[in-house]
Design a protein around this ligand. Structure first.
Ligand code: FE2
Ligand code: FE2
Length: 183
């Protein structure tokens, strides 16, 4: 599925109000919260943009209610990577591609991480292959942008606050960030 910068903005405008996987917030809230957490953490513009757009694949498929409840993995990270690579290059596309694997890595390597995951994240973990084996962990960590994916994952886990709303200029901020990042 091909999409350009205007298409991304249009997808959020059309579907951003849809629910984010069983978390009591919208896709737009989650996207903005993750981007905002990345900005506050001093992340580079490409990594901020990756945080904003990491779940774009959910909007692209439209399977945005709670697909994991039906035992469905929509492979949203791969869909988003394909869309983002030609527009913004690997510094955006790869952390997005790896954000699901990053969860499997963190469950395997960080004591206590699994206990802090939301119910939907635990449910989707099984569909996504469960915790990584030690060898999978080693291979994961050696990939380009693996560390960025782990940072993104932390924002992904934190960006699920029902009480935290995007400001009115959030859509303009996303457009400006997209204009500032090129491959
Ligand atoms: Fe995701
Ligand atoms: Fe997410």
């Amino acid at each position: 599925m091909e999409i350009d910068r205007d298409g991304i903005a249009a997808l959020f405008a059309a579907r951003g109000r849809l629910a984010y996987d069983g978390e009591g917030i919208t896709q737009w809230q989650h996207a903005w919260q993750c981007g905002e957490l990345a900005r506050r953490a001093g992340a580079s513009p490409p990594l901020q943009l990756a945080a904003w757009l990491h779940d774009l694949g959910h909007l692209m498929t439209g399977l945005v209610d709670t697909p994991t409840l039906r035992g469905h993995d929509d492979r949203h990270e791969a869909l988003a990577e394909q869309a983002l690579q030609p527009l913004f290059g690997p510094a955006v596309a790869r952390p997005v591609a790896l954000h699901v694997q990053a969860k499997r890595y963190l469950v395997a390597t960080r004591p206590g991480y699994r206990e802090r995951l939301s119910a939907d994240s635990v449910r989707s973990l099984a569909l996504q292959g469960g915790p990584m084996t030690p060898q999978d962990c080693e291979e994961f960590a050696q990939q380009d942008h693996a560390q960025d994916a782990l940072r993104l994952r932390a924002w992904d886990d934190l960006g699920k606050r029902p009480d935290w709303q995007p400001p009115p200029d959030a859509a303009a901020a996303l457009r400006a960030l997209m204009r500032a990042v090129s491959p």
